[in-house]
Design a protein around this ligand. Structure first.
Ligand SMILES: NC(=O)c1ccc[n+]([C@@H]2O[C@H](COP(=O)([O-])OP(=O)(O)OC[C@H]3O[C@@H](n4cnc5c(N)ncnc54)[C@H](O)[C@@H]3O)[C@@H](O)[C@H]2O)c1
Length: 381
């Protein structure tokens, strides 16, 4: 067996958690060390069933902590680093940009340096470091680094970087550092830039889980501006498959855009979410028990008659709100044969069903119970 040891950062968050579940399911011959600071967005409970202390080990810590990261490299002799850890919410970056610089830029650079120290021995005749065979540093990035599109056109890998928010500016800077380590030290790196993800385990401040939460509570559904901003949506497991493929088979020093040609206006996502929750609850009345707003009809049955587009509330637009994102995924399809397997129509129903049947997870995530769970489990270490 050709055992591979991964350092996966930020895997108590949405995509990282889905990714480790995917690789542990797909490969017998992997060992995963999760490094996560457990910020508000990280929830140990999401991956508690995966952590067995052998195939999957959890370490709480900051990707910017040099001593800790060096000690992990020394202990585990990683083959791969997959960096998901980030501050990831645009609205929060508008409130507190500096945290985004610390985590997304300095944290990434700290990981790059630790990998360079651990994976190199000596230099070649030109002075470039000699790298251990088979290692790879993979950076998980976003289409937001390209800025915003008009009504037509797509982001390609050679589209100039033009980030607008503090979040996307920090991710673009991190990408530049990753490529700089490739160009300067010949470090074997790769980057994926993905469009908006949706699926299980997403923190309910992001659009789709937030919509579901508010629908269940009968609360207004806030829509920025006129709701015509376009995002390109991808089911999270399709993203995880793309990362794994690029990590193992992508060309070193290469960037791959990941997207499913699934552009939707935000307002359409809102309408679709309302209609899907209502349809599922109509077809399966037992699901109605998770409704926080419980109106009853004359027979005493919980009704969903109120669940319609009257819930939509337009709010003042986000500052610097990008109008349209759309990915051209041709390179990853052509070079690596990747394409999405989940249609939006299936993925959105699967996702909404998941949230309706995992309300306990949502409650715990929101209440921060799992932060306390960690303290109980690990005694504050
Ligand atoms: N969500 C999307 O639609 C999307 C799309 C494209 C790219 N991305 C990128 O994918 C990555 C993961 O996104 P997500 O939506 O899963 O994010 P998330 O906010 O759900 O999770 C981020 C995780 O990183 C951890 N973290 C934060 N700061 C840390 C630090 N200093 N040290 C260690 N861990 C830390 C958090 O505790 C959390 O578990 C991010 O880099 C993001 O930029 C996300």
């Amino acid at each position: 067996m050709n055992m591979k040891t991964y350092l996966v950062t930020g895997a108590a968050g949405f995509i990282g958690a889905n990714y480790i579940k995917y690789i542990l399911k797909m490969h017998d011959d992997v060992r995963v060390v999760v490094l996560d600071l457990l910020t508000y967005a990280g929830n140990l409970g999401t991956i508690a069933a995966d952590i067995d202390g052998e195939r999957c080990v959890f370490v709480r810590g900051d990707i910017g902590d040099r001593q800790l990261v060096d000690s992990l490299f020394a202990t585990y002799a990683f083959d791969y680093v997959v960096n998901f850890a980030a501050e990831s919410h645009v609205d929060r970056s508008i409130e507190n940009p500096q945290l985004f610089l610390q985590t997304n830029i300095l944290g990434t650079q700290n990981l790059l340096d630790a990998a360079r120290r651990a994976w190199t021995k000596g230099t070649d005749a030109c002075g470039y470091p000699l790298w251990r065979e088979g290692v790879r540093f993979h950076q998980v990035s976003t289409d937001e680094v390209y800025g915003s599109l008009g009504a037509v056109g797509y982001f390609r890998e050679d589209t100039p970087l033009c980030p607008h928010s503090p979040y996307s500016a920090s991710k673009a800077s991190a990408d530049l550092f990753v490529m700089a380590y490739h160009d300067t030290y010949h470090m074997p790196v790769s980057i994926t830039r993905c469009s908006n993800n949706y699926g299980p385990y997403q923190f309910p401040e992001k659009l789709i889980p937030l919509l579901i939460k508010n629908i269940l509570e009968g609360k207004p559904l806030p829509v920025y501006g006129d709701g015509t901003n376009v995002r390109d949506w991808l089911y999270v497991e399709d993203h995880c498959k793309a990362i794994e493929l690029v990590l193992r088979e992508g060309r070193p020093g290469s960037i791959y855009n990941v997207g499913g040609h699934n552009e939707r206006q935000n307002i359409d996502i809102v309408r679709m979410s309302i209609a899907t929750v209502r349809r599922l609850m109509t077809e399966r009345p037992e699901l109605r028990r998770v409704l926080k707003k419980q109106e009853r009809d004359a027979e005493g049955q919980i009704t969903v008659d109120w669940m319609d587009e009257r819930l939509i509330t337009f709010v003042r637009d986000r500052l610097g709100h990008d109008q349209r994102y759309a990915i051209d995924p041709d390179k990853i399809r052509r070079e690596l044969g990747w394409q999405p397997e989940t249609s939006f129509e299936d993925g959105i129903v699967r996702t909404i069903e998941w949230y309706l049947t995992h309300q306990e997870w949502v409650g715990q995530v929101i209440s921060g119970d799992y932060q306390h769970y960690y303290e109980r489990m690990y005694g504050g270490r």
